[in-house]
Structure formats: C-alpha cells, structure tokens
Design a protein around this ligand. Sequence first.
Ligand code: ZN
Length: 215
Amino acid sequence: MNIFSEVKEHLTARQAAEYYGLKVRRNGTACCPFHDDKHPSMKIDKNYHCFACGVGGDVIDYVSRMFGLSQYDAAFKLIGDFSLPIEVKGKTELNAQEKERIRRKKAEQERITRIKERFEKWCNEAVDILRDSLSEIKSVSDFLIGKPPDIIFSEDYAQILHAEPLINYWLDILCMGEVSERQELFLKDRKKVEEIAGKVCAGGKRIMGCSRGSA
Ligand SMILES: [Zn+2]
C-alpha cells in the first residue's frame, strides 16, 4: 500500500476539510472554499465535489488544492497534522534527497548564468578599455611628433609600441572572433588584457605629462 492509500484509509476529505476550517452542514454540504460560494455548492464526505465550480477529489486532493501543495506534500502534511501512524521515513528521506538534488541543480544553473553574465560583461568592458588604449596610443604618437629623442626612445613609449599589435589582436578576437576564442581570452588572458591596457594608459600619461611639464 502506498502513502496515498494509507492516508485515505485514515481520513476522509470531510475530516480534513473540517480540521482546516471548513464548516460542513449536517447534510454534508458546505460553501466551496475554491470559489466565491454564497450557498453551499459542495458535497463532502469521503471525497468532495463542488457542483458550481466543478472541483473535486479525495482528501489528498483537497489538501493539495487548499494549500497549493504537491500530492506527496499534501499526504505528508496530513500525516503530520493528524499524527497518522504511517511509516514515511524512507519516503521523506527520498523527498529530502530529491529536494537537495533540485536545490543543487538550481544553484549550479545560477552559477553558470553568473559566469556567462560575467563573461559578457567583461568582453564589453575589455573592448572599451582596449579601444581607449588604442586612442591613447594614437594621442601619444601624435604628441611625439617633433619631440626630442629621449622621450621618443623612452621605456614607456617602447612598451606602448610593443602593446599596440597585441591590443589590435585582442580587439579582433573580441569584436569578430568565435565565442570559443573570446572564452579562451577571458579564461587565460583576462588579467593580461587589463594589465597591458593599464600600462599603456599610465605610460601615455607619463609621456605627455612629463613632456608637457618640461615644455
Ligand atoms: Zn466550488
């Protein structure tokens, strides 16, 4: 015998309904709690049926409908609320296991969504900072026209020139590459992209700043 038939052995829909607050008349009719019922449209005994809105079923169905529970949770609630002598240990463990499985799956899906969102966000930000770096490089190159060799041969400018093809390469991947290429960049070279862009920006500022100061 399963848990549902065991619960039904012990309880009628009427017993449960009354326990959860339904006023049942002596003739076994009641105002239906599942629709706005002014006159008693529900017949309730072992099972219940509403002649106005058409709902009906057994004790488990009643509780499941009343509290918005699954059939299993409704049966379990009845066992608990009425202290029914029904062995549910195996079933509750299974249910707890199932709940844990669902919880883990949900957490994992959320984690994957977060990573995907972080990836997309990073790609957009990386395009921005790499574009900024390119325009910084252009500003520096323009700025250096006619400047003395010690600035042109500075370590900062050497680094900037070294960075330019790399930045273009990364921008190609980010703007036109396959998702797998962008993912690889995100996984392997995320820090490097940020570091190079930062160096270009700082180097450019130093070159233009110090020369501006001495000019
Ligand atoms: Zn009804």
